[in-house]
Design a protein around this ligand. Structure first.
Ligand code: XMP
Length: 565
């Protein structure tokens, strides 16, 4: 009898699933052949490539490169235990660079049991800079200090361009930054490439699947660095491109459920992308066990309070949404304060105070509140030097830079701690957040306070809000909003003369700042169409009482910053 096509497919899937379960169980309990198990994981789970961090500022860039190629990557401290590494089941390992020298007494080195694990399972290994030295030393080569540190671009001449260097030309531009170099190859290794000053700039042992580079393939100055990672991942590790946001959601939801169980979680909502994505992820995992606290500090943009309430309460149906209007308190405390750092401190402390009060109220009302969730993302952790030790940071997100009071016993959860901003945005999209929310420009924690120069009053803030709304509206109308990093207005308390109709005016200046950036570490002022700037300027002067002059900020970061204070 012939079955319909779709029934055959379902039948095959069921058989495959049952077979998967049995095979997985057998391989796991008997531990007979981990290699087969590893290969089999490609079909069953997400392939993971682990980056060992030896103190390099660039370790996160390596993980970034790998994830960009569709393979999941995690950074672990160099001294991770074998047991923890085994849980991760890496299909490939990358050793980062680092500031140490391998021959120093306390140089960071992996545990012996980890080396054994790598050897026993023949896990492909890629070493970069310090990682290159470490592998050379471990496998019987020799590393020595150079007289001078080599820093900058170099030409790598390849003697083999198969395997790790396949599809690359004989001369490749690479980026060097080192004081030591490998001067003798380990037995079984061969030179893959050299530069003018570094005879062993790339080496490898194809039998053991170990490859190492003196240069930093992760920085964009190494022009074909991405191709080298691609070769490592797909030619050497045989990785599958299984890093997809949907997998991450599934994994994270399970984790949240198993940690939180029947307890409740408080989340401070800022209306920005990160905390919004955490909120929706928590909702998916634990539904109404999440309480959102949204503090109106009086320093938000035009209509922001109403918009956030509408999004979260009405559109996304959070039943435990708590709006705390503390605007008077914030403005009272900021009265006559002109120093930018002082402003930030007052705002940070007041925020903690208000947030804590509300959280305590909720703790009393809902005794099962046990967790505080935060929208910390990977770059926040790197910036706040939280390291990669896998411990939760006990700080309220970097912009507040304040530790929660000790006696507040909420446990911290940070579901986005390993993700980059663009991954968070993808996640938000997948979880169905409104696109206006996902694409929103960053907004500083201290809000308009750092854009209202000098002392802050409600009147000045209202004027600034109007001008800011015009900037955003015109930028959106011109179709530029998603192409730029930030666009906003700034209140400059400098009076200048103007003329309106028959009247002479003597009013303040509005500065317009529009910048392009990738990560806010550097930024360029956006060279947008003069006509758009003209529309912004004339609308602000005509529609906002309080400004009679508009200037455009044409400074880059560095040396200027994006915000004015
Ligand atoms: P700067 O002014 O330092 O800003 O060039 C870089 C980026 O950070 C944002 N920014 C802040 N974000 N709390 C925040 O959450 C803050 O205190 C803060 N200060 C600046 C700024 O908007 C820009 O995107």
């Amino acid at each position: 009898m012939k079955y319909p096509f779709y029934l055959e497919i379902i039948y095959i899937l069921i058989i495959k699933y049952v077979f998967n379960c049995i095979l997985c169980f057998v391989l796991n309990i008997t531990n007979i052949n981990k290699k087969i198990f590893q290969v089999y994981r490609i079909v069953l789970y997400m392939d993971t490539v682990i980056v060992f961090d030896f103190g390099s500022q660039l370790a996160h860039l390596i993980a970034r490169r790998v994830r960009d190629l569709g393979v999941y990557s995690e950074i672990v401290p160099y001294n991770i235990t074998r047991e923890k590494l085994e849980v991760l089941q890496p299909i490939g390992i990358i050793f980062s660079g680092g500031p140490s020298s391998v021959y120093e007494q306390n140089a960071p080195k992996p545990n012996d049991s980890v080396w054994e694990y790598i050897r026993e399972n023949q896990i492909p290994l890629l070493g970069l800079c310090y990682g290159h030295h470490l592998i050379a030393q471990k496998y019987g080569g020799l590393v020595e200090a150079r007289e001078e540190k080599e820093f900058g671009k170099a030409i790598l001449s390849l003697s083999r361009n198969d395997l790790i260097f396949s599809d690359l030309s004989h001369n490749e531009t690479v980026w060097m930054s080192h004081g030591d170099q490998v001067v003798k190859l380990p037995p079984g290794f061969e030179v893959f490439g050299s530069t003018e000053t570094c005879p062993i700039a790339a080496m490898g042992d194809p039998v053991q699947n170990i490859f190492t580079f003196q240069f930093h393939a992760e920085v964009h100055h190494t022009e074909n660095g991405s191709k080298m990672f691609q070769n490592f991942l797909f030619n050497i590790c045989h990785a599958s491109q299984s890093w997809k946001v949907e997998h991450w959601i599934e994994k994270s939801v399970k984790e949240i459920r198993s940690v939180v169980q029947d307890k409740s979680v408080i989340l401070g909502l800022s209306g920005g992308v990160d905390s919004s994505v955490v909120s929706i992820l928590l909702k998916k995992a634990i539904q109404d066990q999440v309480h959102l606290i949204f503090v109106n500090n009086g320093l938000l943009r035009k209509n922001e309070v109403e918009q956030v309430c509408e999004w979260f309460r009405d559109r996304l149906h959070f039943s435990n949404f708590h709006l705390v209007d503390a605007s008077d308190l914030f403005l009272e405390r900021l009265n006559k304060v002109t120093d930018p750092e002082q402003k930030r401190k007052i705002i940070g402390h007041t925020f903690i105070e208000v947030f804590e009060k509300k959280a305590r109220e909720l703790e009393e009302k809902y005794p099962n509140v046990e967790f505080l969730a935060q929208g910390t993302i990977y770059p926040d952790r790197v910036e706040s030097q939280a390291g990669t030790g896998g411990k939760s940071s006990s700080k309220i997100k970097s912009h507040h830079n304040l530790t929660l009071p000790e006696n507040m016993k909420l446990k911290i959860i940070e579901p986005l701690r390993d993700l980059y901003k663009d991954e968070v945005r993808k996640l938000g999209q997948e979880l169905g957040l409104p696109s206006e929310l996902i694409q929103r420009h960053p907004f500083p924690g201290p809000g308009l306070a750092v854009r209202c120069i000098g002392d802050i009053t409600k009147e000045k803030l209202d004027i600034l809000r109007e001008a800011d709304a015009i900037v955003i509206e015109e930028i959106k109308k011109a179709g530029l909003y998603n192409q730029i990093w930030q666009a906003f207005a700034v209140y400059l308390p400098v009076k200048s003369v103007g003329v309106m109709g028959d009247f002479r005016t003597f009013e303040n200046i509005c500065a317009v700042r529009i910048v392009e950036s990738i990560d806010a570490m550097t930024a360029n002022f956006a060279k947008i169409d003069w006509n758009v700037l003209e529309r912004i300027s004339s609308r602000i002067i005509n529609e906002v009482r309080g400004f009679n002059r508009v200037v455009y900020d044409i400074s880059n970061k560095p040396p200027s910053t994006i915000e004015f204070e």
